[in-house]
Ligand binder design. Sequence first.
Ligand code: PMP
Length: 458
Amino acid sequence: MIYRNPGSSFRNLVAGTDVKIPLANGKYVTGINFDNAATTPPLSAVIREITQFAPWYASVHRGKGYKSIVCSDLYEQGREVVREFVNADKRDVVIFTKNTTESINMLAYALAAEKEQVVLTTDMEHLANDMPWRDKFTVDYIALTKAGRLSLRSLESKLQAYEGRVKLVAVTGASNVTGYINPIHKIARLTHQYGARIFVDGAQWVPHISVNMRPPDSVEHIDYLAFSGHKMYAPFGTGVLIGPKATFDNAIPVYQGGGAVGLVSQQSIEWDDPPAKCEAGTPNMMGVLALITAIETLSKLNLNSIHSYEQRLIDYAISGLLTIPGITLYSIRDGTEARVSLVSFSLEGLHHSQIAEILSQKAGIAVRNGLFCAHPYVEKLLRLSDEEIKYYQTHDDKKLPGLVRISFGIYNTISEIEVFLDLLSHIASQRQYYANKYSYVLEHNRPGGDGKRADFYC
Ligand code: PMP
């Protein structure tokens, strides 16, 4: 396949894109990273800011020293940068967390009240937007269509059936397995019509497309949103939770300690106002600097341009994958093309862990394989029965089911996809040879393995 413009004008903005890595044969090649849905490399601008700011680093909210004041101001400005980025309302608080998982757990604790209240989540969620609700609410799951997309019919019938008891609809903006983008504002409209609120897991959504929470007086607005810095080129441990301040005003925070309080005695606690109340302990100032630098860079590049560039990459990859015999894709082209830049597949005759291993060892291509921490979704896409799942849960030495995922960032190129497609075509044509050569290896059998099965990792 010949493509006229194989480069990416974004490539030199990202650190480490030219790093050489070793192959199994001892040769070195420039690594190809198609695992951006797990985490992205840092933007060079982020590294530069961190280095330049380092001499000014000091405690946040904990001193009258000049540097402390500079850091505290920057940290607080960070909330405004985030607010503007997603057009959050001024009555919302922007809480800095460690990542999306922590944000969702924090929200679940803040909202938890009576057990009779219902949280509707979906069959396509990452475990981070499923497990935190389970022990605090009655949880039900919005079903999928045959194509694996979210069924709005199922959403509406559940909202009707629960007759006003649904407190929250917790849904992903985009799936980390199929890449499908959900019609969030339509879902918000339906949710609000039935008196519930909507939380959007933005981990795979916010880095790839322009997101607008819309004003609270719009029936299509997003009530709560979470996302992670490390999936948008800012890997310094910062996540975000946004929602109405009132939600956090009366809730007891999950983490308690210094920085979250006014005056405390052994008999009583005077809580600070949110967001400080929700951020006990020393704030991750450098993480926030990284995040706001990434936001400013991505905004300058324009999220719409990023989205259309990444669409070209994923379209090209899907077209190529469809020509390889034995490949099954787990998201279909259905005309809407509402997807982010990732796709999952399997290749008949080879286990997903073998494919990932071969791609890495032969060409230095990093992909992800397994269940991507979206176990129920992958189980449904693979049509696993309850008995089969039980079987895998109770047989540690069995090959776990799963898929292979490729996910692109702004710095990936058509040329890299061609390298990947060429190798995958070759593997597909020599399946038996590769099946014998790369026998399935459990992590705990490897030197330095930690005894856990690699396929469970997110
Ligand atoms: N939701 C989705 C859709 C994800 O893809 C991920 C990360 N794989 C998460 C939540 C969790 O993100 P984090 O690991 O940053 O907490």
